[in-house]
Design a protein around this ligand. Structure first.
Ligand SMILES: Cc1ncc(COP(=O)(O)O)c(C=O)c1O
Length: 489
């Protein structure tokens, strides 16, 4: 078995005047062992190498090792080197841990309250093709082999420049491709210079918040709505105001508060209800934001998939005053772990976004951006959308017509115009949370819509995903739901 060597990269803290060098080094290694960075059984570097690394005399290092041996932390093995003891005396470990937890207690941010307030978002769940997993594209239909070929080709021609960095706003050819796509397919009016490539829409929401909000400012959000956005606004110290959604999308806020700075909205396919905001409502909302000097953040998370009706122009494209920030993502249209999305900002905000991006993550991973650019340029992006649109339309149809057939009025499933999921209203009564619980016991994944409300009275309903689910499994899910609802009666 290969020996495990310690990667010895501990910075040496300043030496207190009067402390001998060997005790100073001994202290650093001891702390490393107690903190668990140097694990039991690991081999320490040779004294000669350590002396060279820290510009100490070899005698100093030998004396430090002897001291650690005497204290029971390390053991020399003839002809092999010095190892951290397999069993460190328990009392030493306790002392070490206690010491460590006492470091700078008063200077740390009190994260407990902060974390409780924003909540953690767990996206790390296993993929599923079970009825009715929502928010997930059909990952098994993604052309991974083709992606791998493009990736291989692109990596083979990577230059030193590609391995170094790109502009904070993103890889220019990808920004050009996204600008072209947004102008032609989404009715967004922008140039490539206005586009920042970010790590998914979640990061775009965070940047939009940083650009617009001061602590204490108010943000209007859809009710029900996407909790991932609400948590970001809470984390930035803003106050969230829920605004009801009706069959035309988010209603125009009625608040007279002067502190409203931002409206966060999902007009293409309201999350989670799935309605598309009407043109009239879009115009009213734009007028309201202009009058009240409010910025809109338009979240366009899954609008590529549209099955019916005329495509509605993005709010950003209807806006003449530059009050709309537009954000989109490749998570739903390609695959979520790609972590690439975009934020489109008015020209006068470009420099601010570039500064924020360069501070927080410098730029999105360049090679992934380059691979995506080639995927788009080769026509594969458009082809993938076309193919998936057909698959998803069939699955939506299997869900809606299957629900009419199997559920016989127990659940009403509206035929949404687009997206990866819809809802099921429990019109004949029933508590959605308990239905979701009983469904989970039968291998059915549904979420009670009440989880998405934060102000108004929730309607009893379920979120039903269809994109990742084959028609046969959709049918099984509907049959199980029928049994659950009948038992409930
Ligand atoms: C409405 C909405 N906005 C934003 C996001 C975040 O997407 P991304 O994966 O691009 O960060 C999601 C994720 O599910 C979402 O549902």
């Amino acid at each position: 078995m290969a020996k495990t060597h310690a990667a010895f990269a501990f910075p040496l803290p300043p030496r207190q005047p009067g402390t001998p060098a060997y005790l100073w080094l001994c202290d650093v290694i001891r702390s490393g062992i107690l903190a668990g960075h140097l694990t039991p059984g690991i081999r320490l570097p040779a004294t000669r190498d350590l002396a060279k690394q820290y510009e100490l005399s070899r005698g100093t290092v030998v004396a430090a090792f002897a001291q650690l041996h005497a204290e029971g932390y390390t053991e020399p093995r003839t002809g092999s080197g010095t190892y951290v003891c397999k069993t460190i005396p328990e009392h030493l470990l306790k002392t070490g841990r206690a010491k460590e937890t006492r470091v700078f207690p008063g200077r740390r941010r009190n994260t407990t309250r902060f974390v409780r307030q924003i909540g953690a978002m767990s996206y790390h769940e296993a993929p599923s093709s079970r009825a009715f997993r929502a928010n997930q594209p059909a990952l098994d239909l993604f052309p991974t082999t083709l992606w791998a070929q493009i990736a291989g080709r692109r990596l083979r021609k990577a230059s030193a420049f590609d391995l170094l960095s790109c502009e904070a706003m993103g890889y220019r050819p990808l920004r050009d491709a996204v600008a072209n796509y947004l102008n032609t397919s989404r009715g967004v009016k922008c140039t490539a210079a206005q586009i920042a490539i970010v790590s998914g829409l979640q990061e775009a929401i965070y940047y939009a918040g940083l650009l617009v909000l001061n602590p204490g400012d108010r943000v209007c959000v859809e009710d029900p709505g996407y909790s991932g956005a609400v948590r970001v606004f809470n984390a930035l110290g803003a106050r969230v105001m829920p605004v009801p959604v009706d069959e035309q999308g988010m209603t125009v806020p009625k608040t007279r508060s002067r502190n409203v700075r931002l409206v966060y909205v999902t007009p293409a396919h309201q999350y989670p209800l799935g309605v598309t905001m009407s043109l009239g409502r879009r115009m009213e909302l734009l007028k309201w934001t202009r009058t009240n000097d409010v910025v809109i953040l338009e979240d366009d998370y899954d609008s590529e998939y549209r099955y019916a009706g005329r495509p509605m122009p993005a709010l950003q494209g209807l806006d003449v005053q530059g009050v709309v920030l537009f954000a989109g993502s490749f998570s739903k249209v390609l695959f979520p772990s790609l972590r690439l999305g975009y934020l489109v900002v008015p020209p006068d905000m470009v420099d601010q976004v570039a500064s924020i991006k360069s501070l927080i993550s410098r730029h999105a991973p360049l090679l992934d951006q380059a691979i995506l650019t080639e995927f788009i340029a080769g026509g594969h992006f458009a082809r993938h959308i076309r193919r998936m649109r057909q698959v998803y339309a069939e699955r939506l149809d299997a869900l809606v017509s299957g629900a009419e057939r199997e559920l016989n009025g127990l659940i009403e499933v509206p035929r949404v115009d687009g997206g990866l999921q819809t809802v099921g209203w429990l019109n004949a009564g029933g508590d959605a949370k308990s239905v979701a619980k009983r469904a989970a016991e039968r291998g059915i994944e549904v979420v009670a819509l009440s989880d998405f409300w934060r102000g108004g009275t929730p309607r009893q309903g379920l979120q039903l995903g269809f994109a990742a689910i084959e028609p046969r499994e959709i049918k099984r899910g509907l049959v199980e739901l029928r049994k659950i609802l009948r038992e409930g009666r």
